[in-house]
Design a protein around this ligand. Structure first.
Ligand code: ME8
Length: 644
């Protein structure tokens, strides 16, 4: 199904540093990688998804010391939290590589030895301004006021012998290679960025640190007074996980490798890695896909700024599928995006609760009442059916084109085009009206079969993106086959299956602010607004229909046999009223007499404990302990004055 007819598909994410917990940025990369891997499995490809953790270096050793544990214990712990996060987010990685594993160290050392023997590595002397925070040397050009541009701390002049990889000699080859294979680095802007970098002379790459300075690393096989440094260790994970050089996995998957990264690590992946591969005699990867940054509040996520969005925070609150949908739909792959919870809730309500949730709810409600039946083939057409099937075909082609470019946002847009067509089909065929007319039963049955077919189709094409919802849809329509794009086309279903109603797939979120404050659980367990009887957002006109007035409390007394109620006599200026208020646990009868409060004056009268109550007193309360405060005026207004 791919233009180049590949059947194996190998996809990698970066391996993440274990000096911080997984956050939104890590989650984005891993979620889109998962969606891509699921898509390829759906297409029948032999798919392998790799992620993992990058665990060596001084910063990790220092973090471990600060935590009072050994580096190994520390990395075990943090690497474990990454693994758990991905499991909880439903990530279907086929392997998880850690740079502290024996299988990885073995391959790093083998590649280093190969390059050493081939004369690609030499011992050189280097003097430079070193930042211990960054664990790197800075060139004169990069230094700001004599300090590290990142940490603003003084740099230390260090002169030492280190091993270098002869990267400079690959410069001409690399420029030619990138120009000859324009499809390798995508989107195009990043290829241009790399060609820009390559206009300056490429330096040899320092690949070691003396063990006197950095102990927590992989020793060089030809000089164990040194350990490998950062990229020579990390990048090799992509082949060590495949058991380079002669593992089955390596033979099977390496020719079909795609790396997925954020733009922060473009240079190591687009410059160091191809040179390393070329020097080691390994084929250069097939594609490098690069995405932009998630910014929060207009800036980069940073611990110091305190705007780090934890990977699981939103999934926990609104559900995994909603989180996946939002990050894939909102970010244009390759460009930066600003993250906001309001935008998240907006998409959840419009796209998931409305477009998808309502369609599924309407269709399954109708189908649950329908009688399962096999319809005579071929089905006579109902107006609009052929167009709907064509829209399904167009959606599949749109998804395919988009996924070839890692354009997740376009893939989802293609499916949502189809959802629009499906919602219009329900509106125009009006099955609820057909159901009332026995003479139109045949037509109704054909519409029902098409609706079931629509749901079946959605249960397949949504699978890579919203795996939880897709599975629920498949269960609702009794489709127990393993989802496959080969079965996706609409038109094959000639019957009305037994369908279970599926409502509340994505409940609307009406008050995310309230949720934020109270830390309410995930949306999957929240009732929808309708179920909870909450009002949708109101217009000014709606609000004006509520008549709020100032009322003076003239008298108050306890309601016999009630712990909660007080009977208040209030003046609204021209009239007196009785209002029964549930405030007795917070106010003694005398507390409010003489005070001016705010009441809903046009509330329908109601009888409480046998007393007719003609309005409601406004009060606020906390959710946890229910402490309550009645609204009073902070300046005098006459009783009866309107509040708005
Ligand atoms: O760089 N927006 O690890 P790392 C989007 N260990 N994606 C983001 C992001 C953001 N604000 N922040 C991080 C390392 N990411 C090395 C990689 S690979 C051989 C070694 C994602 O923990 C994005 O994928 O800093 C980025 O490339 C990666 O996390 C960096 O993760």
């Amino acid at each position: 199904m791919y233009s180049d007819e590949v059947s194996a598909f190998y996809l990698t994410t970066p391996i993440y540093y274990v000096n911080a917990q997984a956050h939104l940025g890590h989650a984005y990369t891993t979620i889109v990688a998962d969606a891509m891997a699921r898509y390829h499995r759906l297409a029948g490809d032999d798919t392998f998804l790799l992620t993992g953790t990058d665990e060596h270096g001084d910063k990790i050793a220092q973090a471990a010391a600060a935590a009072g544990v050994s580096p190994q214990e520390y990395t075990d712990r943090i690497s474990g939290t990454f693994r758990d996060t991905w499991r909880r987010l439903g990530i279907t990685n086929d392997d998880f590589i850690r740079t502290t594993e024996g299988r990885h160290k073995k391959v790093v050392q083998a590649i280093l030895q190969t390059l050493w023997e081939a004369g690609e590595i030499y011992l050189g002397r280097y003097g430079g301004h070193y930042c211990f925070g960054c664990e790197r040397f800075y060139t004169e050009k990069e230094i700001v006021d004599g300090k590290c541009p990142d940490h603003q701390t003084p740099l230390t002049w260090i002169e030492e012998e280190n091993y270098f990889f002869k990267m400079s000699k690959y410069q001409a080859w690399l420029i030619d290679y990138v120009q000859q294979h324009p499809e390798r680095i995508r989107p195009e802007r990043y290829r241009n960025e790399i060609l820009g970098f390559l206009r300056d002379p490429l330096q040899d790459l320092s690949i070691s640190r003396p063990r006197t300075r950095l102990e927590w690393g992989i020793p060089l096989p030809f000089d164990d007074k040194y350990v490998t440094y950062v990229w020579f260790d990390a990048l090799i994970n992509y082949v060590s996980a495949l058991d380079w050089p002669d593992g089955d996995r390596f033979r099977r998957y390496w020719p079909n490798v795609r790396h997925l990264i954020g733009k922060d690590i473009l240079k190591p992946h687009a410059i160091y890695w191809p040179c390393m591969l070329k020097a080691a005699g390994i084929d250069v990867y097939r594609h490098l896909f690069v995405h932009g940054y998630w910014n929060v509040g207009g800036g980069k996520m940073s611990k110091t700024v305190g705007n780090v969005v934890e990977a699981f925070a939103l999934a926990d609150k609104y559900g995994i599928d909603a989180f996946r949908y939002f990050v894939m739909r909102e970010m244009t792959f390759g460009l930066d995006s600003d993250f906001s919870e309001d935008a998240f809730v907006g998409r959840l309500n419009a796209d998931l609760a409305n477009d998808l949730g309502n369609l599924v709810s309407r269709a399954t409600t109708l189908l649950e009442k329908a009688t399962p039946a096999t319809l005579p083939a071929p089905l006579a057409e109902v107006a609009g059916t052929a167009e709907l099937r064509a829209a399904a075909g167009e959606a599949v082609r749109g998804v395919q084109r988009a996924m070839e470019e890692f354009a997740f946002q376009r893939a989802l847009a293609a499916i949502w085009e189809f959802l629009g067509a499906a919602n219009r089909y329900v509106d125009s065929t009006q099955p609820w009206a057909l159901a009332k007319d026995p003479a139109r039963r045949g037509e109704l049955n054909r519409v029902m079969a098409t609706l079931a077919d629509t749901l079946r189709f959605l249960g397949i094409v949504l699978d890579p993106f919203l795996p939880g919802a897709a599975q629920k849809i498949r269960v609702a329509v009794n489709d127990d086959r393993a989802p496959s794009l080969a079965n996706a086309a609409m038109g094959a279903l000639q019957d009305i299956p037994r369908v279970q109603k599926l409502s509340g797939l994505f409940p609307r979120i009406d008050d995310p602010g309230k949720d934020r404050a109270s830390g309410a659980p995930a949306s999957s367990s929240r009732p929808s607004a309708d179920q909870a009887g909450q009002a949708p957002p109101v217009t000014k006109g709606d609000f004006d229909r509520v008549e709020l007035r100032v009322a003076e409390v003239l008298a108050a007394e306890a309601v016999p046999k009630s712990k909660k109620l007080l009977k208040l006599t209030v003046s609204l200026g021209a009239e007196q009223r009785t209002i029964v208020a549930g405030i007795a646990q917070h106010y003694a009868p005398g507390d409010l007499v003489g005070k001016k409060v705010v009441v809903v004056a046009n509330l329908e009268p109601a009888k409480l404990m046998g007393i007719q109550s003609q309005g409601m007193v406004l009060a606020g309360s906390t959710e946890d302990d229910g402490a309550l405060a009645v609204l009073v005026l902070d300046r005098d207004l006459p009783p009866g004055a309107r509040v708005r």
